[in-house]
Design a protein around this ligand. Structure first.
Ligand code: PLP
Length: 306
């Protein structure tokens, strides 16, 4: 077994914990073994037959870690369980996942912005035991994008805004491992000389980014498209709204078209880890960056304790 070092100066910059029994509804991988064990993240750990790798059949969460504390942890765990239910995966044992997340963070070298990724897959085909792991690491430096902002293009997602209700088997709104499309649209954005994407439904409504929620300000109100639209219910967006409300700013849900989004005086893509990235252009049309509000917002998000 890989035992992480305990002395501060030798503490690792990334940590992996593998869960022995990710769900109480399925048998453990090793009966009688510890609930989770640290492993060396630099060495191979996953079977080539794992359905997470061969089919993208699994779910994940990415969680910000500020000052050694996981942010919005309970919201992420709830969403993890909700995604599992949508995919008919064995329900994750959230107490065990929480313990493995906190233990992994404690093993990380302190002092840097960090993140945790939790992954639950359907496991090896035919085996009946899901695979689960927690990976914790220091993050890239996002300070530049948090101030200078993003150039964004709108791209058609190809689904209607009511896809979640009409076609639940498409898993829209679940945080599945199948992110090849979410990566492809970023390449498309780069081909169009942009940095990121806002998805638009096939019937013409603003949805979300490939790894973020869209937040915009119209008439002094902070808005986001809402829930039940085949988009992720963002943990960061929820905290952005809490922050705005603490300043007396009204918040709400609004299903808008790209034309209506043009009337916004500020737009952000918000997500765990990168936090609030202001948008400085959409489809070539410039948007002003509210530097003061964005800085206050990111300082608040970085300091969050849950
Ligand atoms: N929408 C999508 C598709 C995402 O992948 C993410 C985050 O990864 C989000 C929204 C934002 O969610 P959160 O703020 O909980 O990170």
């Amino acid at each position: 077994m890989f035992t992480p070092t305990v002395q501060n100066e030798q503490m690792p910059r990334h940590v992996l914990a593998i869960l022995n029994q990710p769900s109480a509804a399925a048998p453990p991988h090793e009966p009688g073994a510890a609930p989770f064990a640290f492993a060396d993240p630099a060495t191979p750990q996953l079977s080539v037959l794992d359905l997470g790798a061969t089919r993208g059949d699994g779910i994940f969460e990415s969680i910000s870690v500020g000052d050694g504390r996981a942010q919005a942890l309970e919201h992420h765990l709830r969403r993890f369980a909700a995604s599992a239910a949508r995919l008919d995966l064995p329900s994750p044992d959230l107490d065990l996942w929480r313990e493995a997340i906190l233990a992994s963070i404690a093993e990380l070298a302190p002092g840097a912005e960090s993140w945790v990724k939790t992954v639950l897959t359907r496991g090896v085909e035919g085996d009946g035991r899901p695979t689960g792991w927690v990976y914790a690491a220091h993050t890239a430096d996002y300070s530049a994008v948090r101030t200078s902002g993003l150039r964004v293009v709108t791209l058609d997602r190809g689904y209607r805004h009511d896809v979640e209700r009409t076609s639940p088997w498409l898993l829209a709104g679940a945080k599945t491992l199948s992110y090849a499309v979410n990566r492809a649209v970023l390449r498309e954005a780069h081909n169009r000389d942009a940095d990121d994407v806002i998805f638009v439904s096939s019937d013409g409504f603003v949805l979300e980014g490939p790894t973020s929620s869209v937040v915009f300000r119209i008439g002094g109100r902070l808005l986001t498209p809402g829930t039940g639209l085949g988009i992720l219910e963002g943990t960061t967006q929820a905290n952005v709204f809490r922050y705005a409300e603490s300043l007396g700013i009204e918040t709400g849900f609004d299903l808008v078209t790209p034309d209506r989004l043009q009337t916004a005086d500020a737009v952000w893509l918000v997500s765990s880890v990168r936090l609030a990235a202001p948008v400085r252009a959409i489809d070539g049309r410039p948007y002003a960056i509210d530097a003061e509000f964005t800085a206050g917002l990111n300082a608040h998000l970085l300091a969050l304790r849950d």
